[in-house]
Design a protein around this ligand. Structure first.
Ligand code: ATP
Length: 601
């Protein structure tokens, strides 16, 4: 996964990487040349007392050292720039993919996990790339080069170095394979902690209201301790790694000096050769220490790369349109024999839905909670695709519509109004970035929000907190409606988005909205009969099926489900308290319900 990710994402930087490798190669060659030059300086200059040779070799060594430093600095600079660019690219790729996800895909990963993957996991890979370019590429070359040059100095002694490399490889292999699973667990726990934290922060008021602080603190504490435990385990393994590596290196260092001294004593080796040998040993030592540092981050980066690839490799469950149709005539909505079953669910939540809404018509969908109203609207916007039947707009199946054109044609106001941090104006201009202040005020007037915005100290420039939490539910709903109005879509889908308004505001808003929506195709979802009774037609949904379809009056007369809903929404007339016996339940007749509703705005 890690290799695949790096191969694909580093392709655009192939030239930079090639230059970087060249610079590393030059600096390694320079580093490898230094001990040999040092040996020549000792054996040919110092031992023989040749001052000229010492000066000449010394000057060459100085130039070589300078070249090494320059190449090393340039390589470090290129490495960090490439790694940063790679991080930026991967983050954008993950973000773009998440934007293409349908609701089901986001739910599969979970929002906190997607956040961790986009930020933390990408950072792990990025950090590895910086160190890999600086260390992992040059270190093996340095090791092999040191071995080859050491062999040239003295073959029997070089066997010590070969043994050292083999032992170190074995130590690394064992330690790293033991660490990898713990890193995977660590990232998963980080996801879990993010999920709980997010839930607790967003739901802090509910937690307090239900006096659940202690329970929630315990829940967080458990996860936190678990993460702490795993981190400690990983930390312990890292802590054992360094002493083990240093022990191995020092044992071999002593062995080289021991055997080298013996060989010099027997005349089989010169003093300069041993000094070069020790130089190569320290180069190997340095490479090993650096690689140890890098290898510590490999298991974690590998896990992170896997998690990133999982997101990038997930095709949005709503496939892109086959033909990318951009119909520009007629925007009537038609659902024919539409059925929808949530992935993994046993039963469909919508079945046999036949519904036509013509341009200029306002149709309301009424049903008890969980009857499938929101799901039906989601089918129009392709948050999900029907599992049978079809949803058509302007006579063309929504699955064939170009996604962007579809989103521009359909204006959706969700049940929970989602505002973004910024100002009132910036939120409204989400709908139409080119809208003038005058247009913003007009939209606010239509949704009955002008007064409250005018009263805010900065008016349109008043700040909106993340999610619009500094506004009331009703204010948020009205701003969300205004935002959609500014887009001037040809189809409006209102998902119970008037529910937080009082009757007077609701009535005024609907009256002001009517001329704005005169030519549009409008579908309004609601639970309250009072909110839908003025619609041209009302569709009654019950357990995912249409059980009534007609005007308010016709449904009150003929549809038992509608009558039942109407009855249930009226409070019984106040009666004197009965002293004893079973409390009498007042049953409204359809006529009574009609009369009572007529009194409401
Ligand atoms: N993402 C989902 N995965 C699985 N089942 C779901 C999902 N979303 C909704 N459901 C189920 O589908 C059914 C219909 O839900 P839906 O939200 O469409 O109802 P609704 O009529 O809009 O309800 P309400 O008026 O309370 O918003 C419910 O039984 C619900 O549990």
């Amino acid at each position: 996964m890690l290799i695949t990710l790096l191969r694909v994402r580093l392709r655009p930087y192939a030239r930079t990487v090639a230059l970087l490798l060249l610079l590393q190669l030059v600096q390694i060659l320079a580093a490898l040349a230094l001990p040999t030059l040092g040996a020549a300086l000792i054996d040919d200059g110092v031992v023989k007392g040749e001052a000229d040779s010492v000066r000449r070799t010394g000057a060459v060594m100085l130039v070589v050292a300078l070249v090494q430093v320059c190449c090393s600095l340039a390589a470090a600079l290129l490495a960090s720039r490439t790694a940063m660019a790679l991080g930026r690219d991967v983050r954008s790729a993950v973000f773009r993919r998440v934007l293409d996800f349908a609701a089901h895909d986001v739910g599969r990963f979970g929002t906190p996990s997607l956040l961790t993957r986009t930020v933390n996991d990408v950072q792990q890979v990025q950090m590895l790339v910086v160190s890999a370019f600086g260390v992992v590429v040059p270190a093996p070359l340095m090791c092999v080069g040191s071995l080859v040059l050491a062999l040239r100095q003295d073959v029997p002694l070089s066997l010590c170095l070969v043994a050292l490399v083999v032992v170190l490889a074995a130590v690394f292999g064992v330690l790293l394979s033991r660490m990898s699973p713990w890193y995977a667990l660590m990232q998963a726990r980080l996801d879990g902690l993010g999920r709980v934290l997010r839930e607790q922060i967003t739901g802090v008021r509910v937690v307090r209201a239900f006096v659940q602080d202690t329970r929630e603190r315990e829940r967080f504490g458990e996860l936190n301790s678990e993460l702490n435990g795993i981190s400690l385990r990983v930390g312990r393994q890292i802590a054992t790694m360094f002493p083990v590596v240093l022990l191995v290196l020092n044992v071999f260092g002593v062995a080289v000096v021991w055997f080298g001294a013996g060989r010099i004593g027997s005349g089989a080796m010169q003093v300069g050769a041993l000094s070069a040998f020790l130089g190569y040993l320290s180069l190997i030592l340095m490479s090993v220490v650096m690689v140890t540092f890098v290898f510590l981050s490999v298991p974690r980066a590998r896990v992170s790369a896997g998690r990133i690839q999982e997101v990038l490799g997930t095709a949005p469950s709503i496939p892109p349109p086959v033909s990318g149709a951009r119909p520009d005539t007629g925007t009537g909505l038609e659902l024919s024999a539409a059925e929808f079953r949530y992935p993994g669910a046993q039963e469909p939540v919508l079945r046999d839905i036949d519904l036509t809404v013509r341009p200029g018509e306002q149709v309301a969908i009424l049903g008890s909670t969980g009857s499938g109203k929101t799901t039906l609207l989601n089918l129009v916007l392709r948050q999900f695709d029907v599992t049978a039947g079809a949803v058509r707009l302007g006579g063309t199946d929504v699955r064939e519509w170009d996604t962007e054109v579809l989103f521009r044609t359909v204006g959706f106001v969700p049940q929970r109004s989602q505002l973004f941090s910024g100002t009132i104006a910036s939120n409204l201009r989400f709908g139409n970035p080119a809208a003038t202040d005058e247009e913003l005020w007009r939209a606010l007037e239509t949704v009955q929000a002008r007064d409250f915005v005018e009263r805010l100290p900065d008016g349109l420039g008043a700040s909106v907190a993340q999610g619009g939490t500094n506004l009331s539910g009703g204010q948020r709903q009205r701003l969300a409606i205004a935002r959609t109005l500014l887009r001037r879509p040809r189809i409006y889908l209102f998902d119970d988005c008037f529910s937080a308004l009082d009757y007077a505001t609701d009535a005024a808003l609907r009256a002001a909205l009517a001329p704005e929506l005169a030519d549009a195709t409008v579908v309004t979802v609601a639970q309250r009969v009072a909110a839908v009774r003025h619609a041209d037609r009302i569709v009654v949904l019950d357990e995912g099926r249409i059980v009534g379809h007609g005007t308010h009056d016709a449904l009150l007369r003929d549809c038992p489900a509608y009558q039942e809903i109407a009855r249930s929404q009226l409070s019984p007339p106040t009666r004197p308290v009965q002293p004893a016996g079973p409390s009498p339940v007042h049953r409204f007749s359809a006529e009574e319900a009609a009369d009572a509703l007529a009194e409401q705005p």
